[in-house]
Ligand binder design. Structure first.
Ligand code: GDP
Length: 201
């Protein structure tokens, strides 16, 4: 799939404020600083970086919608695991993200971003386990692969898969990406293209 048109649509503070479910949605989520904006920008490959909108004040903790090719929505979800926000705010934040993930009828797939430089992190494992248990369709996307030697990336990916095997029979589809080199970009877009062909939304 080629992206020939991409633009910011709206920011939604909760599920009720999301746009009418007219397009299939592909959502991107990960801990803050995982490389989510960079990946979205690399995928969209527009002259003006798409995901800068998500970083503007007031939108960082919102569900940010980007309209792609007038046929699907790329949904930028707030990062989970904000250590700096107060306990109460964190709870609310998790609640509206989980509300979206559990109840959004036109959500086709979640891209769960994981920093490939680290050994498996508890929060990432807990989140993927939760999605698996809830039956939310997701794939894994390891980011920043250019920052490490390929062998070291593979070790971290294998370790993550190994940890998942404790509660998961088949492993999810997994992409190893770099926004700097463009690695994995074509594969992710191809996957979205195929998923679009197979969805009835
Ligand atoms: P976000 O908070 O998840 O949206 O993360 P950003 O996309 O803003 O990236 C956080 C930092 O990591 C920035 O300094 C990026 O330049 C850097 N970064 C993101 N992706 C990559 C990548 O694939 N390779 C390298 N070398 N740096 C990256």
């Amino acid at each position: 799939m080629q992206i020939h048109k991409a633009s910011f649509d709206i920011s939604a503070p909760d599920l009720d404020s999301c746009p009418a479910p007219e397009f299939p949605e592909f959502a991107f989520i990960g801990r803050s600083n995982v490389g989510k904006s960079s990946l979205i920008n690399a995928l969209a490959n527009q002259r003006k970086p798409l995901a800068d909108v998500s970083k503007t004040p007031g939108r960082t903790q919102m569900i940010n919608y980007f309209r792609i090719n007038d046929s699907w929505h790329l949904v930028d979800l707030p990062g989970y695991g904000f250590a700096k926000v107060s306990g109460k705010k964190q709870h609310k934040f998790n609640e509206f993200v989980s509300d979206y993930l559990l109840n959004r009828e036109n959500l086709v797939c979640v891209f769960a971003l994981i920093d490939s430089r680290h050994s498996p992190q508890k929060l990432d494992l807990e989140f993927t386990q939760w999605m698996m248990e809830c039956g939310i369709p997701f794939v894994l996307v390891f980011t920043k692969a250019d920052k490490m030697k390929p062998g070291a990336v593979k070790r971290n990916v294998d370790a993550f898969h190994q940890a998942m095997r404790e509660w998961c029979e088949g492993l999810p589809r997994t992409y190893i990406t770099s926004s700097s080199t463009g690695a994995g970009r074509k594969d992710i877009l191809e996957f979205i293209g195929q998923a679009m062909d197979n969805t009835s939304i």
